[in-house]
Design a protein around this ligand. Structure first.
Ligand SMILES: NC(=O)c1ccc[n+]([C@@H]2O[C@H](COP(=O)([O-])OP(=O)(O)OC[C@H]3O[C@@H](n4cnc5c(N)ncnc54)[C@H](O)[C@@H]3O)[C@@H](O)[C@H]2O)c1
Length: 417
């Protein structure tokens, strides 16, 4: 699946657009007013905010929903733009069903909201073991195309998943100060295993986005479960590492005084500590870093999750930025499903780029999932990056093996007399 030739003029990465593409233009001025958002009778979709992080898309300078320089910006590629009809309605050609498992949680709720804003979604299924009815009732009042349905508890899980195109899994427990992502393993491993078993039984063709940590282990767990069920398609199983890219883009833009929306930094490896490897030398637009800057930025990107965990002081880990990042990955997947030929994202997938069976890198997404794995980012890296790549491998390997072993042990226990 590896593809070394990465087109330079593509609207690459993160062609996540249209998330805010709704029935009318919303002006930046209206944000924060008592009366709420002001709608104009315009159908200029291009002025809506979209989740994106492309390096070579041209951007309008007009205000967007979240302000002139906000990350949620307009960036809708013409071929995917929902068509404006006469009157105040836009026919968004919404046709995909998305399920969020763990939808009542800190990530699940804002993620549900962002997905509800996508014009490409026709049905949003919200599942949790906690009461998710209120979240669904609340979201269902947003006048965007998708229908919102709630499913509570294991007895409703199968119905939640039937006919779904994308399943996003943020179910599980988050970190508290002093914990590593690996400390979450014992609880989240079982949760992910159970949920993926249900996915295998009810929507084996769906794209599966794993958010629950430790992603370095939960993705291999999901793969083993799917293999056992005979429905594993490595092209459709993704560990969501988009937040690492989002953070890298933000921190680099701040450090180098770049226009935030233009920056694109590929992040490879895994999703925990030193396994997160931002390839700063591959930053778009091209920019140089001193050794000190490289070290400082790399460490900050690797520890950004802990920054949030500590600031929240026991109240959990990143939820809002995670929801933003997960929504971007969902939107990219939707665009790929809808036939956009230029969708690229970094994600943790089964891979042959290195000797490790799973590895995060930029991939090209298509209707059937991963179309190709982009190897170009790993070519011509700096000495610092090459060393960091070698250094992350033992930890990543161990986390992958831990996940695989977990499923095998459970299977052995279940089959032993
Ligand atoms: N991939 C990433 O970049 C990233 C970033 C931040 C957090 N996370 C991970 O995402 C997960 C969720 O974080 P959060 O802050 O939303 O936690 P949270 O505790 O706020 O929410 C988790 C939700 O999952 C639900 N849940 C628990 N077990 C379930 C089950 N068996 N089936 C369905 N739902 C279940 C809970 O009821 C809760 O509503 C954690 O594992 C966290 O570490 C990943």
């Amino acid at each position: 699946m590896a593809d070394s030739g990465f087109p330079r003029e593509l609207s690459w990465g993160c062609t996540v657009q249209g998330l805010l593409g709704m029935a009318s233009t919303v002006t930046a001025n209206s944000v924060g007013t008592q009366s709420g958002l002001i709608s104009k009778p315009s159908h200029d979709i291009a002025s809506y905010s979209g989740l994106k992080a492309a390096a070579s898309i041209s951007f309008e300078s007009r205000s967007s929903f979240l302000g002139q320089n906000a990350s949620l910006r307009s960036s809708i590629a013409p071929r995917i733009v929902p068509k404006a009809k006469s009157g105040s309605q836009i026919s968004p050609e919404a046709s995909y069903k998305v399920a969020v498992l763990g939808a009542a949680g800190g990530i699940g709720q804002p993620l549900g909201l962002l997905i509800k804003m996508s014009p490409l979604v026709s049905a949003l299924h919200l599942y949790d073991i906690a009461n998710v009815k209120g979240v669904a009732a609340d979201l269902s009042h947003c006048n965007t195309p998708s229908q919102v349905l709630d499913f509570t508890g294991p007895s409703e899980l199968a119905n939640c998943l039937k006919g779904v195109d994308i399943v996003v899994i943020p179910a599980g427990v988050p970190r508290k100060p002093g914990m590593t992502r690996d400390d979450l393993f014992n609880i989240n491993a079982s949760i992910v295993k159970t949920l993926v078993e249900a996915v295998a039984d009810n929507c084996p063709e769906a794209f599966i986005h794993i958010i629950s940590n430790p992603v370095n282990s939960t993705v291999p767990i999901a793969a083993e479960v799917l293999k056992q069920k005979g429905v594993y398609n490595p092209k459709k199983l993704f560990g969501v590492t988009t937040l690492d890219v989002v953070r890298a883009n933000t921190f680099v833009a701040q450090k180098k005084n770049l226009k935030l929306i233009d920056v694109d930094v590929p992040v490879v490896g895994g999703h925990a500590g030193i396994t997160i490897l931002p390839l700063l030398s591959k930053t778009r637009p091209s920019v140089t870093f001193t050794n000190e800057e490289t070290e400082e930025l790399t460490k900050r990107i690797q520890n950004a999750g802990t920054e949030v965990v500590e600031a929240k002081a026991g109240a959990g880990s990143a939820t809002l930025s995670m929801a933003y990042a997960a929504a971007r990955f969902v939107e990219s997947s939707l665009r790929a499903l809808a036939g956009d030929p230029d969708v690229y994202e970094c994600t943790f997938v089964q891979s042959e780029l290195t000797e490790l069976p799973f590895f995060a890198s930029r991939v090209k997404l298509g209707k059937n999932g991963v179309e190709s794995i982009i190897s170009a980012d790993l070519e011509g890296v700096t000495e610092y990056e090459a060393k960091a790549l070698e250094a992350l491998k033992p930890e990543l390997k161990a986390s992958i093996e831990k996940g695989i072993e977990f499923v095998h042990k459970q299977q052995a226990a279940a089959t032993s007399p």
